[in-house]
Design a protein around this ligand. Structure first.
Ligand code: NAD
Length: 375
C-alpha cells in the first residue's frame, strides 16, 4: 500500500491557511504518495477543490483521516480531531506544545508520532523547512502594513506644494525573522526606523536594512541562537534606555519572544503613558501574552490616545502565500523520507529528532518535558 497523506480543513477560529497547496500536492504525488484532502480545505487560502488535480477528495473529517499514514496540519488538532486520527499515525504541524499540554496526552493516548514544527532546529539544513521563518515573514510584513494603515502620519517623507512632511518614526523591538521583515516593510514605505534586540547578531542585520540600532547595553544570547530571559537588573537597564526611544516613536512594533516562555513585557504602562497622543503600538507577541503590558490579544485598545493593537492570526491575513510557503516547508521536511511511495524515517537525523514531540505513547522532546515538568 502506498503512503497515504491526509489533510483536513483547518477548523481553529481565525485560521485560513491550509497545509497542502496544489503545488506541494503535485510534488508529493511525484514521490508515489497517495493524497487525500477534505473538500473545501483550501478554499480560505483561495485554492479551490479543482486546483487539487489527482488528489482524492473526502467529505468529512473522519473520511479524510481514515487509514491515513501521515496527517499534515497548520494549527494544533482539537481533541475531536485527534480522536479521528488513526492510532499510530504520523502528525506534522504547528502543535504549540508549551501552551496545550492536554493535547499531548490525547496524542499519546493514540500513540501518534507527532512532529512539532516550532521545535525544528534552526540549522542551515533546516532553513527550507522553517515554518517559523516563513510564517514570521508573513506576520512581520502584515505588521508593517497595519502600522502604516493605522498611523496618523505619512510613513514617507513628502515634499508637497503645501510644504515638507517628515517621515513617521517607527521603533521595532525584537529583530528576529518577523521583526526584520517589519523593518524592511516600514523602510520600503519610507518610514525612519529604529530597532532593538538583545541578540548580538541583530545589530548588523538591523543596520543592513537601513534602520538605526538602539543600544541599551543589554545583550542576552541564549541557547540555539535564541534570546534568553533577562535578569531583573537587565530588565531595568533595558527599560530605562528603551523608554526614550518608545516616547519618541509614532509607531512601536513589538515581536520579542523567548521559546517556551510567555512573551517578555518590554513596553510598560509607564512607557505607554509617555507616548504621544495618536501614537500606535502593534504587538505581534499578542498571541503569547504581548510585549506591551496593556495589550489585549485580538483587540484594539485606546489608552489615553495611544492605540494598542494585539492582532492575532497575522499570517492568515495573506493566506495564499502563507499556505504556499508553509506547504513547501512541509514538503521539504517530509519528502527526504519518502521513497517509492513508502515512509522510512531515520530516527538519528538531527532535524527529525529535534522536532519529534511524541512517540510510542510518550512526550519525548527534552525542552517540552522540562518546561511542562516545571509548570
Ligand atoms: P523569536 O520569534 O523567538 O523572537 C523574536 C526576537 O525577539 C528574537 O530576535 C529575540 O532575540 C528577540 N527578543 C527576545 N527577548 C527580547 C527582549 N527582552 N528584548 C528584545 N528582543 C528580544 O525569534 P526568531 O525570529 O524565530 O529567530 C530566532 C533566531 O533564530 C534568530 O537568531 C534567527 O536569526 C535564527 N534563525 C535561524 C534560522 C536557520 O538558520 N534555520 C532560521 C530562522 C531564524
Amino acid at each position: 500500500m502506498p503512503l497515504t497523506i491526509a489533510v483536513a480543513r483547518e477548523r481553529a477560529p481565525g485560521e485560513k491557511r491550509v497545509a497542502l497547496s496544489p503545488e506541494s500536492a503535485r510534488r508529493f504525488k511525484d514521490l508515489g504518495a497517495e493524497l487525500r484532502i477534505e473538500a473545501g480545505a483550501g478554499l480560505s487560502s483561495h485554492f479551490v477543490d479543482a486546483d487539487y488535480a489527482d488528489v482524492a477528495s473526502a467529505h468529512s473529517l473522519e473520511e479524510t483521516y481514515a487509514g491515513a499514514d501521515v496527517i499534515l496540519r497548520v494549527s494544533p488538532p482539537s481533541p475531536e480531531e485527534i480522536a479521528a486520527m488513526p492510532v499510530g499515525s504520523v502528525l506534522i504541524g504547528l502543535l504549540r506544545p508549551f501552551e496545550l499540554p492536554a493535547r499531548l496526552d490525547a496524542l499519546n493516548g493514540r500513540r501518534i508520532t507527532a512532529f512539532a514544527l516550532e521545535l525544528l532546529p534552526r540549522i542551515s539544513r533546516a532553513q527550507s523547512m522553517d515554518v517559523l521563518s516563513s510564517q514570521g515573514a508573513c506576520a512581520g510584513y502584515q505588521s508593517g502594513l497595519i502600522a502604516a494603515a493605522r498611523c496618523a502620519k505619512f510613513f514617507p517623507m513628502l515634499t508637497t506644494a503645501s510644504g515638507t512632511v517628515r517621515p513617521a518614526r517607527v521603533l521595532v523591538i525584537g529583530a528576529g525573522v518577523a521583526g526584520l521583515q517589519a523593518i524592511a516593510t516600514c523602510r520600503r514605505l519610507g518610514a525612519a526606523v529604529e530597532a532593538y534586540d538583545v541578540r548580538a547578531a541583530a545589530r548588523e542585520q538591523i543596520e543592513s536594512l537601513g534602520a538605526k540600532f538602539v543600544d541599551t547595553g543589554v545583550q542576552a544570547d541564549g541557547a540555539g541562537g535564541y534570546a534568553r530571559d533577562l535578569s531583573a537588573v537587565e530588565k531595568l537597564q533595558q527599560a530605562e534606555r528603551l523608554a526614550r526611544a518608545v516616547a519618541a516613536a509614532d509607531v512601536v512594533i513589538t515581536t520579542a519572544a523567548v521559546p517556551g516562555k510567555a512573551a517578555p513585557v518590554i513596553v510598560t504602562e509607564e512607557m505607554v503613558a509617555q507616548m504621544r497622543h495618536g501614537a500606535l503600538i502593534v504587538d505581534l507577541a499578542a498571541e503569547t501574552g504581548g510585549n506591551c503590558a496593556l495589550t489585549q490579544p485580538g483587540e484594539h485598545v485606546d489608552v489615553g490616545g495611544v492605540h494598542i493593537h494585539g492582532p492575532l492570526h497575522l499570517a492568515s491575513r495573506m493566506p495564499t502565500h502563507a499556505s504556499d510557503l508553509y506547504a513547501r516547508n512541509l514538503y521539504n521536511f517530509l519528502s527526504p523520507w519518502v521513497r517509492e511511495g513508502q515512509l522510512a524515517f531515520d530516527g538519528a537525523d538531527e532535524i527529525l529528532a529535534g522536532a519529534l514531540l511524541c512517540r510510542d505513547g510518550s512526550t519525548v522532546h527534552p525542552l517540552v518535558k522540562h518546561v511542562l515538568g516545571e509548570a
